[in-house]
Design a protein around this ligand. Structure first.
Ligand code: WT7
Length: 704
């Protein structure tokens, strides 16, 4: 029934949590397939009790015991300096030893990693644990002896999805060097900013890689990265360039004499070298992973060796159900946390075979992933809603053409629509695979909410309860708990520390405390972990049976295809175009990518709206951040809608972009501009949809 525009306006400006709930239909449950249950790693119906508050923090010994330690830990959790928790204190271990050496006796010639080139003419390359051991050792020797790197130094890796990336990461870990992997799709400038922040003197890159059928010149990005780092005060002494095709150069960009070195050549000097894995303190940093936040500056999430490795190993075993006999394929990029935890560290710690695929899922067609699964005998598959939507759109019936069988599938990174979930279950999983919808973040190291696959029924669109040992809670604005089944949304927090949580933001302890703990900490002096709930930054609801449904970000972060982008970062990129006076970025719903940024710009006086300005704004986002940040549209507007105090009202722009009612604008300093902007975006006739408003869009900019 059509609603009057008056009620609509009220609904969209003052949308309450209860009203959002009205749009949420309860979904039916799916039971895990019996065949899966029979072989599952975790079948104990009491597992959540075993990991319950009464057994906290000792329950996590179970994960630490999955690792090999050089020195045992004496204390499971040290909370003496909240919220800087310490895990497995006194213990010493090495991540490279745990992912490689310890498997040699039993699995020496089993494939550790299978690399699949995007180019379908090239056969897959299987790297055995033995071969991985050889290559990690030789690379570790090179890093130590040729680069002079030692434990605690940072190194930036800007590498594509090839074998060289996990080899380099494990080589760093072997000698205690902190790796900072920058997603290959980030621009040279974005990489340079991360080099600067981490204080890396060494950049490790590759000459080229395949993406969407093109051999991309990646070496060019290394030059820009070094330049950017230098301009911001961080000199880079050496650039190590791997060759995509060893023995031959695949990039037209010249090598800089004395600075750039071809890794494949230098490695010849380290042939057969072995490097003892350095025993690291459990709390020594293992890596940095940059992530966007509400401010323009990315946060270097610092992850520790012992707690992190224990947590990803435990969750890989119980939630991903990885056995050493499995062929596991996570289609994420190692340049994001999902790839660190669930392509490299977790699966390899469990001696699985992990697949690394170089290219885009739909290249050369939407049957590609299923051909790879068939050829390699993949039985565990892990991807994002964006990939699921894209594959469903281009090839809804492709999976049934291929003879593969998954026992287990994962979705991660964004909320998944129940429709897309059902396609994943019936088509991709052929009704044989269990699905876990895992909710977590770069900061968290590993899963926070998910069903335990053999124990909990699946519910499309809901991540599930906290995983064993994680006690999530939803707080309202006042810090009161929003109870399960209330139908109200709030801010999801985690009540307890866990081994996978980041240690701090690299070099920014205060920002760490303020971003994640200040909001709901009642007593800053308290040494009791119960007073330090972790704020995730997502809106969520808890159903009566305890399943969490994640609604999206509560801050100025846009989740594009499962990649976090800060609106401020994109806005500052726009402001580098000289004609641009003001820029505002809002999220807009997209059928495949979930959300995309849409940019509004106002020009300086005397400048005209030309296609050239618009193009340069788009290009600025690509060169400063990366192609994946490309906006859906750029609109040049006469002025931004502003409050009387001069604040840009992004909420109004988000409503226009998403075809929602803008609501009451009479209190603005310039109310008439709203209709002008609306016409630029939507045309003469107002377009308003009455569909349910996703919370991240409905709530976007509400805090301003
Ligand atoms: C944000 C974290 C570590 C996963 C990859 C993204 C959203 C993540 C889910 C899910 C709904 C999800 C949240 C979160 N998110 N997983 N299963 N259902 N939303 O890592 O870049 O750190 O982004 O992704 O909004 O806060 P990230």
């Amino acid at each position: 029934m059509p609603r009057t525009s008056k009620t609509k306006a009220k609904e969209f400006t003052e949308i309450s949590e209860a009203q959002i709930a009205v749009h949420w239909k309860e979904e039916e449950y799916f039971q895990p397939p019996r065949k899966f249950v029979e072989q599952a790693n975790m079948k104990d119906p009491n597992v959540r009790k075993r990991f319950g508050p009464e057994n906290f923090p000792d329950c996590f010994k179970e994960y630490a015991d999955m690792l090999s330690w050089f020195e045992p830990y004496h204390t499971v959790l040290d909370t003496s300096n909240p919220p800087f928790w310490k895990w497995f204190v006194g213990g010493k271990l090495n991540a490279s030893y745990n992912c490689v050496d310890r498997h040699l006796e039993q699995y020496r010639n089993k494939a550790a990693i299978i690399f699949v080139s995007e180019s379908e003419d090239e056969p897959p390359i299987a790297l055995t644990y033995q071969e991985l051991h050889v290559q990690v050792n030789e690379m570790a020797a090179l890093l130590r002896d040729f680069c002079g790197l030692k434990a605690g130094d940072r190194v930036t890796l800007h590498l594509p999805m090839t074998l060289e990336l996990p080899i380099t990461m494990l080589a760093c870990a072997r000698i205690g060097v902190i790796h900072s992997v920058v997603f290959g799709g980030f621009s040279g400038q974005a990489c340079g900013a991360r080099i600067q922040d981490s204080g890396s003197h060494i950049l490790i890159s590759m000459d080229a890689y395949w993406r969407g059928g093109k051999l991309i010149d990646h070496k060019a990005n290394a030059d820009i990265a070094v330049q950017t780092a230098k301009e911001t005060g961080q000199p880079v002494d050496k650039v190590l360039v791997w060759q995509r095709y060893p023995g031959k150069s695949s990039s037209p960009t010249a090598m800089v004499k004395g600075r750039d070195f071809i890794v494949n050549e230098v490695l010849k000097n380290y042939h057969g070298k072995r490097v003892d894995p350095v025993p690291m303190d459990a709390d020594a940093p293992l890596f940095l992973m940059y992530s966007s936040g509400s401010t323009g500056k990315p946060k270097g999430c610092q992850h520790r060796t012992g707690g992190y490795l224990a947590y990803v190993t435990g969750t890989s075993k119980y939630i991903q159900d990885i056995h050493p006999t499995d062929t596991y394929w996570c289609m994420a990029d190692i340049g994001w946390i999902t790839g660190h935890s669930y392509i490299v560290y977790g699966p390899l710690a469990l001696a699985a075979t992990s697949v690394v695929y170089e290219g885009v899922p739909t290249h050369p067609d939407a049957g590609r992933p299923w051909r790879i699964a068939e050829r390699l005998g993949v039985n565990i598959f892990h991807t994002s809603p964006t990939a699921i939507r894209g594959l469903r759109k281009l090839g809804p019936e492709e999976p049934r053409k291929y003879n593969y069988h998954f026992k287990h599938m994962t979705t991660v990174g964004e909320p998944i629509e129940p429709e897309a979930w059902r396609w994943y279950y019936h088509e991709v999983g052929k009704g044989e695979a269990v699905i876990v919808d895992t909710w977590w973040q770069t900061e968290n190291g590993g899963f926070l909410c998910s069903t335990v696959p053999a124990l909990d029924p699946m519910k499309p669109g809901s991540a599930g309860p906290g995983v064993p040992g994680i006690y999530p809670i939803i707080y309202d604005e006042n810090g009161d708990e929003v109870p399960a089944g209330s139908g109200r949304a709030g801010n999801i927090c985690i009540r307890n520390p866990w081994p996978g949580i980041m240690q701090t933001i690299w070099g920014e302890d205060d920002r760490f405390v303020n971003t994640y703990y200040a909001r709901y900490c009642k007593n800053r002096r308290s040494k009791d972990w119960r007073d330090w709930p972790y704020l995730a930054g997502d809106g969520a609801m808890k159903a009566a049976e305890g399943y969490f449904r994640i609604l999206g970000r509560i801050d100025d972060v846009i989740n594009v295809a499962g990649h976090r982008l800060g609106t401020k970062e994109i806005e500052s990129a726009c402001l580098t175009v000289t004609e641009v006076a003001e820029a505002a970025v809002v999220p807009v719903a997209d059928e495949v990518k979930g959300r995309m940024p849409e940019i509004y710009i106002a020009l300086k006086p005397g400048h005209k709206n030309t296609p050239d300005v618009v193009n340069r704004v788009t290009r600025a986002t690509e060169t400063i951040i990366g192609k994946f940040a490309r906006p859906k549209h750029v609109y040049v507007v006469p002025d931004m809608p502003k409050t009387r105090s001069g604040k840009i009202m992004r909420r109004i722009l988000a409503s226009i972009s998403n075809r929602r009612e803008v609501g009451d604008v009479t209190t603005l300093a310039n109310p008439t501009v709203v209709e002008e902007i609306r016409e630029i975006v939507q045309g003469k006739e107002a377009i308003v949809t009455t569909e349910a408003v996703p919370e991240d869009i409905a709530g976007f900019g509400q805090n301003e």
